[in-house]
Design a protein around this ligand. Structure first.
Ligand code: PBG
Length: 327
């Protein structure tokens, strides 16, 4: 055969395959989502997310230690309060669960990087991501609450805030509020392109944050839309977002790809709870090779254009990188 093009030439050995790799990833780009809850001595496994736990503040340092040993340097904190009310006051309380966790964590592990999820759904009695007016979330009324929440996180030690509520104008409201309190240098990672997704199901079990009526479709995006995702991303950059997130990851890699071409800020992708749960369940049945699937999902996300990867598998991925299985 007189073949000129033989792509297999570059696949002949492990050394060569690694030499020509197009996607290289690093532990420094991993962020691990972590649930903290009121109480003491709590380290309870989340039933729909085997291997993931809710920690009380006193037990949190054990997990932070494991992360730091694994080489995962950044966490995203989610709070599970004891008390919920109409206005989600636990979200911005000085002694709120995230605020307490931050103070403790910063004291014990000052070198880790702390990002907080800024939203109201875990704190409102109705489970929606903002305050209500009749039966819908009131966008503009919600903004000061989000800004207040972000500020209280930063005052408690958050290094970065990540609004996930999908209200219009929230990045601007948070930026203004942080700036006017002297926190000009605290970055905002916006969950800019966040779809109304069934992939969040296990998270809502974990955080007890399912809406008590209706759904989130009036604020989270319709998954049929791609161009609208670009609009959300560009709007948030204009409002001052430093990092743009796409969420979920697995079924949205086209969006990751397009957003990463459209914006000139780093793009993060969040492999959410449902993605984690599917892998865990199928692996438990013996139907897939868990480790290989984790690697493929991770690399696929970076290959699509993400520079930052939020994943419940962060520790495992860090280990696979260490072992040279991906990287
Ligand atoms: C809060 C929030 C959610 C997730 C991250 N921040 C839930 C939701 O929007 O219902 C989902 C994360 C996951 O599923 O892992 N608004």
């Amino acid at each position: 055969m007189e073949l000129i093009q033989r792509p297999r030439r570059l696949r002949g050995s492990e050394v060569l395959r690694k030499m020509v790799r197009e996607t290289r990833i690093d532990k420094a780009s991993l962020i691990y989502p972590l649930f903290v809850k009121e109480g003491t001595g709590i380290e309870e496994e989340i039933p729909s997310m085997e291997g993931q736990y809710r920690y009380s503040v006193d037990r949190l340092p054990y997990e932070l230690e494991r992360l730091s040993e694994a080489g995962v340097g950044s966490v995203m904190l989610f709070g599970i309060p004891d008390h919920k009310d109409e206005k989600g006051s636990g979200a911005y309380a000085e002694d709120g669960i995230v605020q307490k966790a931050l103070r403790e964590a910063k004291k014990r592990f000052p070198d880790l990087y702390y990002i907080t999820d800024v939203c109201m759904c875990e704190y409102t009695s109705h489970g929606h991501c903002g305050v209500l007016c009749d039966h819908d979330v009131d966008n503009d009324e919600t903004l000061p609450f989000l800004a207040q929440t972000a500020l209280s996180h930063v005052q408690a030690g958050a290094d970065m805030v990540a609004p996930s509520d999908m209200m219009d104008g929230r990045v601007r409201a948070i930026r203004d509020c942080l700036d006017s309190h002297g926190f000009q240098n605290t970055p905002i990672m916006s969950y800019a392109v966040k779809y109304a997704s069934a992939f969040y199901g296990p998270f809502r079990d974990a955080a007890g944050s399912a809406p008590s009526f209706g759904d989130r479709k009036s604020y989270q995006m319709d998954f049929h839309n791609r161009r609208e995702g670009l609009k959300e991303a560009l709007t948030d950059v204009q409002e001052g977002a430093d990092i743009i997130m796409v969420k979920p990851a697995l079924s949205y890699l086209d969006i990751v790809s397009e957003v990463s071409k459209a914006v000139h800020v780093p793009v993060a992708a969040y492999s959410v709870s449902g993605e984690y749960a599917m892998v865990k369940a199928a692996a438990k049945m013996g139907w897939i090779d868990e480790e290989k699937i984790i690697c493929e999902m991770a690399v696929g996300t970076y290959r699509a254009g993400a520079q930052i990867y939020l994943t419940y598998f962060a520790k495992e991925i860090a280990r696979f990188m260490e072992e040279g299985r991906i990287g």
